[in-house]
Each structure stands twice: as C-alpha cells, then as structure tokens.
Ligand binder design. Structure first.
Ligand code: SAM
Length: 342
C-alpha cells in the first residue's frame, strides 16, 4: 500500500482534506495580518533573525514566536536557513511597508474588519453593509476622514499592481482625457498617466477621497497629469470633456440595476467613439478562480454588490448602448472589459 493510500482509512475512503483545508484557512489570514501589523516582515526584510531574537523584539512568548514562524514558513511567507528566519521573495515584494505594490494596507484592514463567521452570518441575514455597523460605508468615510484614509490606502494597496497591468493592456492609445469614476487613490490613473505621458486623468470621487488622491498624485510626481474633481456619481451627471470613462472596482460595489444606471451615465457623458473601461476581478463561467469567488463575501459585508462574470458585464454594456465589448486579463486575478460608444 502506498503512503498516499494509507491516508485513507477503509471506513472513510473519501479524502476529508478539501473540507479540513477550507476550515483551517482563516489561520493563514490571521498569521499574515499579525506579521504585517507588528512589523515582523519589515524587520526580517532588513536582516534574518532567530526565533529567540524575534520573540524578544516583538514581546512574543518563545512558544508563540515558534508557532507563528512555523505557520508562516509552511505558508511560503518566511524561509528558515540554519535557524535564521528571512522573507520569501513574494513576502519581500508584497508584505513590507513602504514598497510600491505592497499589499500591507489591504492586509492591515483585516485587523479591524476580519471576515469572521459571526460577521458573515450577520451580513447574510441583513443583506446590507455591516462593516461599520449600520452606517453606509461611503457616508462613514465622509464623516471620518481617518477611516476614509485607511480604506483608500487599502484600495491603493490592492490596485497598484493590477493598475500597472491595466496600463499595459487597456486600449488607452488615442485617449486624451480619462475620467476615473470613484477613482479612490487614483492608482489606475497614476499607472496610466505614467505609461501614457500625453494622457490627462480626472479622479472623480467624494471630497474626502479627492483630498487623499491629491497626495498620492503629488507623491508620484504626477499632479499635472492626474487631477481630482469632487462629486457624487449618484446625484450628478458624469462630468463631460472626457473621451474615456473608467470604472475600477465600482460596479462590484452596487447592484446590477445600479451598475446599469452608472453605465447609462457613462454613455451620456462620452462623445461618439468614446470608450468605457471596467476593471474588476471577474468570475469565470465555472465560478472561479477561488480568490475572485471569495470576494463576493467581502462585497456582502462592505457593499451592496457582487463580483461579475464577463458575460454579465457585456450584458450591462450592451444594454447601455455600447458596442465592441472585449475582455483581457491585466494582472493576477484582474481583467479589463472595454467597449465603445457608437
Ligand atoms: C472600491 S473603491 C474603488 C477605488 C478605485 N477605483 C480602485 O479601483 O482602486 C470605491 C470608490 O468609490 C467611491 N465612491 C463611493 N460613493 C461615491 C459617490 N457617491 N460618488 C463618487 N465616488 C464614490 C469611494 O469613495 C471609493 O473611492
């Protein structure tokens, strides 16, 4: 009998690991988030350390430090050579503060908004955002600029790398003025502007977010090319004077019907030949990839929306009057879907 066959007792021949692995997966998020929050990965990025030094440095028990490091090593986040812990190349690129494309601000949001079974059950029954209790998240951001800054940093964190892919793949040639609806930090505009020096971009978002986007543009040295405009996409027409409209992670925040309203507004503000670009983590017809399917649960807790298939987006675009719908992957789990106004 082979080693693999020995894992399956005669009384329980069906492998239980698909279910067990799903059960245990939340620990990975907890371990990664703690590592980010305490600055463990920042420290290991500077120099490899042994477990006792790590325990002393972060005021962990020795048993605690060992448990965390063993888990992080099995996850491929840290490496261990001759008793010294260092970072995997992926952790060095995406789990260290201050690094372009780093996911730390997204991961840190887990500290306050971890999707626990209790939170999920509440959201499933309520069918409206529970992330800030009963408050609408966007109204809460207008009321609390620090919450807006944390959320916008998380969005910047998740968007920076795919934005670079978007700038390479999206059909931006010939476009002079891009309107980024709900543009957040302006991550997509910054990547697009730096890849296309003749492109002017407008980040259109709530005032509290525009104030933040201006800082991101300043830091990137792109404030001439990437400007902000405060507004409300529900209560105002989309500003005109643009030949392309971008909706990145916007449609997935609202219902299909509300998405249709936004696409009607995009259609109305564009000239003939103008382009609409949708940037999302698309779910395929089989319901995968897993990471994109799971975002549906985040949308449930944070928004009124859900993830889309390419066919669903095509249906919304055609219903709004657009034609020539195309879809291409941009980076990682992300894709861009675009179409033109006849
Ligand atoms: C999920 S974030 C996407 C940010 C950015 N597009 C990206 O992909 O990184 C949604 C954005 O929509 C903005 N937003 C929400 N309600 C809005 C409104 N009524 N008018 C304009 N922007 C709004 C939020 O402030 C936030 O920046």
């Amino acid at each position: 009998m082979s080693g693999e066959e020995r894992r399956h007792p005669a009384a329980f021949p069906l492998d239980d690991r698909a279910i067990y692995d799903a059960y245990v997966a939340g620990r990975q998020s907890a371990a990664l988030t703690v590592g980010v929050r305490v600055g463990l990965f920042d420290k290991l990025d500077q120099t490899p350390l042994d477990v006792q030094t790590i325990a002393d440095e972060f005021d962990f028990s020795l048993r605690g430090a060992r448990s965390l490091l063993v888990a992080l090593e099995a996850m491929g986040v840290v490496t261990c050579e001759e008793g010294l812990y260092g970072l995997s190349p992926e952790a060095a690129a995406y789990a260290v503060h201050g690094r372009s494309g780093s996911l730390v601000s997204l991961i840190e949001l887990e500290m306050d908004h971890f999707l626990s079974p209790v939170a999920l059950l509440e959201a499933l029954k309520k069918d409206s955002s529970t992330a800030y209790g009963d408050a609408d998240p966007w109204e809460e951001h207008e009321r609390d600029p620090e919450a807006a800054a944390r959320f916008t940093a998380a969005m910047h964190s998740v968007s920076e790398r795919p934005a670079a892919g978007f700038a390479e793949v999206a059909p931006l040639e010939g476009i002079e003025r891009l309107l980024d609806v709900g543009g957040g930090s302006g991550a997509l505009c910054l990547a697009s502007a730096s890849a296309h020096p003749d492109l002017s971009c407008t980040v259109w978002d709530l005032q509290v977010v525009c104030d933040l986007a201006e800082k991101y543009a300043d830091e990137a040295g792109l404030s001439e090319q990437v400007r902000t405009l405060a507004g409300d996409m529900w209560n105002e027409p989309f500003p005109d004077g643009h030949d392309a409209v971008l909706l990145s992670q916007i449609l997935h925040d609202w219902s299909h019907e509300q998405g249709g309203v936004l696409l009607d507004k995009a259609f109305a503000c564009l000239p003939s030949g103008g382009r609409v670009l949708i940037h999302e983590k698309i779910v395929d017809e089989e319901g995968g990839p897993l990471a994109n399917a799971l975002v549906n649960l985040d949308m449930l807790v944070w928004t009124k929306g859900q993830q889309y298939t390419a066919a669903e987006l095509k249906g919304l675009l055609v219903a709004a009057g657009f034609e020539g719908v195309q879809c291409e992957p941009t980076a990682g789990y992300w894709s861009v879907v675009w179409a033109s106004k006849p």
